[in-house]
Design a protein around this ligand. Structure first.
Ligand SMILES: Cc1cc2nc3c(=O)[nH]c(=O)nc-3n(C[C@H](O)[C@H](O)[C@H](O)COP(=O)(O)OP(=O)(O)OC[C@H]3O[C@@H](n4cnc5c(N)ncnc54)[C@H](O)[C@@H]3O)c2cc1C
Length: 387
């Protein structure tokens, strides 16, 4: 006999667990099916183990989506303050690190323990080691796992994105959406280091470990934060942020000297030469970076027009990365279930009544800094409160 529930949720990650709590608090009999042997594995590794669980400056502008308006309603109805209230109810110590990012003082297990306790209090059934392999629909949904079958009138898909396949990421949510005729915006890695093309890798890989503050720009968006050279390319917060906007074949622009007249000291030097140029760049760049960069971007001479060209290049250094480090290193997936297919109020499919998609599986992707969890909580609450 199949097990019957009012609400079945596939995926015990951030979105699935919060949705379960909200639905169960409204008196629904809720079960969560999770193929891993524990809940919230991504929460546990997030924020370097301290979980950057929200951002107090969260705005719709902090999200990418084919429809930038879609997330507004859910974000307005479940705000960072709502999640902070839950964290404070459980007396979890936390702090603001930088730019509104809230982290646990102790460890991310505080967040998974909190979600588990809330599930227990609301009588949510969490079923681990339950990999959902097939779903069908007649008057209700039938959900098949390896060893059991479930029936429900309301099915919530909270299977997350494709990043970090080692942690249990699957394409099941996208396959299910396609099975029911929903469109998918092609998923690609986001918040991911960039790999330089072979020529640039040869020039700059010796700089691995060097970091500096820059403005990175791509596709009309820009981020002012740190950039880090790696053995294969570029990383650091500014690069991770811009990677979500970058498409293969495009170039990125890097301002190596934000707000500075970078060549002023060369123009004013008694002798204008390579050594004066290096000294000038070292005023705002680490020594090794200044030397290496100048070696590969030497001005033709030190006349005023040549220095003007150098100034311009320092503020708009154009690179065409070969690729990204892929889903293995990506923090999120950009793309997913097309928001045109979903109600922005409840995350319910417009085509298939009582089928919902929440969290990262949806084509809404946050910037770095706690925004992806805020989307998981907000979309989960929107669905959970509508059940
Ligand atoms: C290294 C790293 C650090 C991060 N740090 C932060 C951070 O500090 N702040 C932030 O805001 N965001 C962070 N993120 C992003 C954030 O973790 C995700 O956006 C968020 O977890 C998405 O929540 P979700 O519930 O949609 O998906 P997930 O948390 O991925 O949960 C999906 C669940 O579904 C399960 N599942 C998948 N397929 C099946 C199936 N067929 N059957 C049963 N179960 C299935 C998975 O095992 C998983 O438990 C980080 C991501 C990574 C990879």
């Amino acid at each position: 006999m199949p097990h019957q529930y009012d609400v079945l949720i596939i995926g015990a990650g951030a979105a699935g667990l919060l949705c379960a709590i909200e639905a169960a608090k409204r008196g629904r009999r809720v079960a969560v099916l999770e193929h891993a042997d524990r809940i919230g594995k991504k929460i546990l590794i997030s924020g370097g183990g301290r979980c950057n669980f929200t951002n107090i400056h969260c705005q719709p502008q902090n999200f990418l989506s084919a429809n930038p308006h879609f997330a507004k309603s859910a974000l307005a109805r479940y705000t960072p303050a709502d999640f902070i209230a839950l964290v404070e109810k459980h007396r979890i110590p936390y702090h603001e690190k930088t730019l509104g990012q809230l982290f646990c003082d102790r460890s991310a297990t505080d967040i998974t323990n909190m979600l588990e306790a809330e599930c227990r209090a609301a009588h949510v059934r969490i079923i681990l080691n339950a990999k959902v392999t097939a779903v069908s629909r007649d008057t209700q949904f039938t959900v098949c796992c390896d060893s059991a079958e479930y029936r429900t009138p309301a099915l919530i898909v909270a299977t997350g994105g494709l990043s970090i396949p080692k942690m249990g990421a699957t394409c099941f949510g996208y396959d299910l959406a396609r099975q029911f005729g929903l469109k998918i915006i092609t998923p690609r890695p986001g918040l991911v280091p960039l790999v330089l093309n072979p020529a640039d890798r040869k020039r700059y890989s010796d700089l691995a470990g060097v970091s500096t503050e820059i403005i990175a720009q791509a596709g009309g968006d820009s981020f002012r934060e740190k950039m880090l050279f790696t053995h294969r390319g570029l990383s650091g917060p500014a690069i991770l942020q811009i990677s979500s906007y970058w498409h293969e074949g495009e170039s990125i622009q890097i301002d190596l000297a934000p707000d500075r007249d970078a060549t002023a000291a060369i123009r004013e030097a008694g002798t204008r030469n390579q050594s004066a140029a290096e000294k000038s760049l070292q005023q705002f760049l680490p020594k090794r970076l200044a030397e290496t960069w100048l070696r590969h971007n030497k001005p033709t001479n030190y006349t005023n027009p040549a220095l003007a060209a150098l100034e311009q290049k320092i503020h708009a250094w154009s690179l065409t990365p070969a690729t990204t480090e892929g889903f293995e290193k990506a923090e999120v997936t950009v793309g997913g279930v097309d928001t045109d297919e979903l109600s922005s109020k409840s995350m319910e499919s417009r085509k298939v009544p009582r089928l919902f998609f929440i969290g990262e599986v949806v084509d809404v992707t946050g910037h770095l800094g706690g925004f992806n969890f805020q989307w998981a909580w907000a979309s989960a609450a929107a669905a959970g409160r509508s059940l």
